[in-house]
Design a protein around this ligand. Structure first.
Ligand code: APR
Length: 226
């Protein structure tokens, strides 16, 4: 089976009702990203950060996968598909994708605040202050903050280097190291980008599909399944 690798960003979940990061004046649900998504923010005001991610988790649990998530899952019938996502939602999994790499963590799990690789399932939508990991430290959301390591990046780079087809969906490519993954995809591999506002990719041979995810992804998947 041919290997299809898809790198997704917030744009693929926009039509499920989850806001992107950079489409609204640099504000994310009314917050400056640095106010909530950094280790410094957690040091300064853990309650605020905890509450912020609890609200995000609630929104994720209430959201449903859309036609783009489902189309990528359907692609598995004919291809060996790996989704590498920057998203912290679980909509790819809920749509049926079986190989999903979460570069920036997943909000439906909690994480020790002193040892990043200690993660746990969450009962319900909330992590409460006072809930601790097995080492006794406060639990936080299992998400990668600005300034933190991205432990999955090497695995993701390896997957990209073995792609037979590469697709970008709904990402501004503003955040590294994720934005650099395309550089690991071999030169002669066909690459597509689906985004209503095509970002600068620095690759002249990429096929541009300037559509919303729920239109563009099913369109491309139909073509690949034909
Ligand atoms: N369909 C497809 N793409 C869309 C849609 C849509 N319906 N709506 C918006 N987009 C596109 C925008 O044009 C933009 O290019 O989605 C992209 C969203 O970009 P960002 O908000 O920057 O999100 P993303 O690239 O995922 O951000 C990367 O930044 O804050 C961090 O960790 C966070 O994982 C995130 C990372």
């Amino acid at each position: 089976m041919k290997r299809v690798v898809i790198l997704t960003g917030a744009g693929i979940s926009a039509e499920s009702g989850l806001k992107t990061f950079r489409d609204s004046d640099g504000l994310w649900e009314g917050y400056n990203i640095e106010e909530v998504a950094t280790p410094e923010a957690w040091q300064r005001n853990p309650e605020l950060v905890q509450d912020f991610y609890n609200q995000r988790r609630k929104s994720v649990l209430e959201a449903e996968p859309n036609a783009a998530h489902y189309a990528l899952a359907a692609l598995q019938e004919k291809y060996d598909v790996t989704v590498i996502t920057q998203n912290i939602d679980d909509l790819h999994e809920r749509a049926g994708s079986t190989k999903v790499v979460h570069l920036h963590g997943i909000i439906t799990r909690s994480q020790s605040s002193i040892k990043a690789n200690l993660t746990y399932p969450i009962n319900g939508w909330e992590i409460k202050m006072g809930e601790t990991c097995e080492l006794g430290s406060q639990l936080r959301a299992h998400v990668v903050w600005f300034g933190e390591a991205v432990p999955m990046i090497e695995k993701a780079a390896g997957i990209c280097s073995e792609a037979d087809l590469f697709i970008l969906v709904g990402t501004s490519l503003a955040v590294y190291p994720a934005a650099g993954l395309i550089n690991y995809v071999p030169r002669d591999v066909t690459k597509y980008i689906i985004d209503p506002n095509i970002p600068t990719v620095g690759n002249k041979r990429i096929v541009e599909m300037p559509f919303k995810a729920t239109i563009g992804v099913p369109m491309l998947v139909d073509e690949l399944m034909a």
